[in-house]
Structure formats: C-alpha cells, structure tokens
Design a protein around this ligand. Structure first.
Ligand SMILES: Nc1ncnc2c1ncn2[C@@H]1O[C@H](COP(=O)(O)OP(=O)(O)OP(=O)(O)O)[C@@H](O)[C@H]1O
Length: 256
C-alpha cells in the first residue's frame, strides 16, 4: 500500500517533530543529542537552524529527513509518521519527498549537469516534468551548462546543479546542510538567493543548517538549538538581529 494512504489527514506543516529525542551510545558514552524537540517547518517557508557546535543541528536534520532513526517521539514529513515506516518505505519516502543539498556537492563525475539533476528520478523510474525542470534550470541559471560534467563547472555552478537536483522531483521539503560552506561569499550569496527564490517563487520548503548569520538572514525564520533543545526563534531575521540573538544567547550560557 502506498505510504500516503496509511496515515492521517494532510498536515499544514511540511515537516514536524514532537518530543523528538535522539540518544547516541549508552552508559558512559551516552549522549542526548536531541532532548524532546518540538518543531514545525511550515510549507513554503525557508527556515534556518542555528546553534553552537554539538547542539544537535545535523542530528535534527538527519532525524527529520529519515536518515537517522529516532530514539523516541515523533517525526513527520507531511502527514507521514517516519517511525511507522519500514526501511524500504523510508528509502522511498526520502527519494520521493525529500531533497538534499550538502556542503560537498556530491555530484557524479561521469554524468552531465542535466543527468545529475534528473538522476534521482531516473533511479525511481519517473520521467521529469519538463516544464518544471526548465523553470528550475532558468531559476538557477544553468541553461548553458547542462551538457557539462562537474569537473567542467565551478564550485558555485556545481552547487547550483545540486540545488536543481534537490528541486527536480518537487519534494515536500529540502534539507540543506551548510550549503555554502565550501563556497566564497559571493558564490554562497548566489546559492542562498536561489534557495530563497525556490521558496518564494517556486513555493518549495527549505530547512537549512548554518553557522553563518548572513546565510540565516536569507531565511524567513531562524530556530536556535542548544544542548539538543530549541531555545529561541526569530522571524524575518537580518544578519544583525541573528548575531545579536547569538550574542545574548552566548551571554546567557556563560552566566548560567
Ligand atoms: N553518530 C554519533 N554517535 C555518537 N554521538 C554522536 C553521533 N552524532 C552526533 N553525536 C553527538 O550528538 C551531539 C549533537 O551532534 P550534531 O552533529 O547534531 O551537532 P551540530 O550542532 O550539527 O554540530 P556542528 O555544528 O559541529 O556540526 C554531539 O554531542 C555529538 O558529539
């Protein structure tokens, strides 16, 4: 049975967690990476996740994307409860409903930009929606690079291909983990602009982990994590307001 049919009515959030707890290890090596996190990622919104190193940002992203099993609580993509899925269903959900952009571009070197973009759909046996793919290609400015292999592209162009690949299947949600970490600031700004454009013009949903207040300012909302908990959030952020919040927050941590 298709997984969508098994579950509850449509949710308004593209993804949500409640009481999401992730514990690694046991005994002396036990680490509570996420401690009962409640969070929603609104459909058609761009959310940044920030927090100090080790605060649980990547773990939250991996658990919400179905890349890592959760210890307790609930994680949903749309109306699908991830904990109810078997491995195979989870693989299918990730392929069909989730797009990923990583710091390393993760493109296949022997394939062209276009083939890389449409590879996940080719694997799934689905033919790409040509009008949609054309729109993405125009949005990320790759029209004259589609036949190039990754080695013939700059880092910024390779990341544009990775963004286009994440968008190509019109996923329910795109998770981006430090997508500009390997790029200079001008090229990084371009990629962030494309992510913002994909949310605002193409009505996609993006959740991005970042350390950079300038990158976070491209989002509609910033969620702050510390010690595996959500401790703050900011709407319509600017780089200054994010930095300011981080400073207040560091002050609180130092004095507590
Ligand atoms: N596979 C693992 N096994 C054991 N502990 C882990 C594992 N992955 C993460 N952790 C621990 O969980 C906590 C949260 O890690 P996580 O990588 O989510 O933090 P982060 O906020 O993404 O950090 P950074 O900004 O440095 O990437 C850390 O204490 C980390 O050491």
């Amino acid at each position: 049975m298709p997984y969508a049919a098994v579950h509850a009515p449509a949710a308004t959030a593209a993804a949500r967690a409640s009481g999401l707890t992730k514990v690694y290890g046991a005994g002396e090596t036990r680490v509570v990476a996420l401690d009962s996190v409640d969070v929603e990622f609104g459909r058609g919104r761009f959310t940044a996740i920030m927090g100090p190193s080790g605060s649980g940002k990547s773990t939250l992203m991996h658990c919400m994307a179905g890349l890592d099993a959760i210890t307790s609580g609930s994680a949903r993509i749309g109306d699908v409860e991830l904990t109810s899925l078997k491995d195979r269903e989870l693989t299918r959900l990730r392929r069909d409903k989730v797009g990923f952009v990583f710091q390393a571009f993760n493109l296949l070197p022997t394939l062209s930009a276009y083939e890389n973009m449409t590879l996940p759909m080719a694997i799934a046996g689905r033919s790409p929606d040509k009008a949609w793919v054309d729109r993405i290609v125009r949005t990320v400015g790759l029209a004259d690079r589609l036949a190039h292999r990754p080695a013939q592209l700059s880092g910024g162009q390779q990341q544009r291909v990775a963004v286009a690949r994440a968008l190509a299947s019109r996923p329910e949600i795109i998770f981006a983990d430090e997508p500009t970490g390997n790029l200079d600031s001008r090229t990084g700004a371009e990629i962030l602009g494309f992510l913002r454009e994909s949310v605002h013009a193409l009505e996609q949903t993006v959740v991005m982990v970042t350390h950079d207040p300038v990158a976070a300012a491209y989002a509609d909302r910033v969620v702050f994590l510390a010690d595996g908990r959500i401790v703050d959030e900011l709407h319509a952020p600017s780089a200054e307001s994010v930095l300011d919040r981080m400073r207040q927050f560091e002050g609180r941590v130092r004095t507590s």
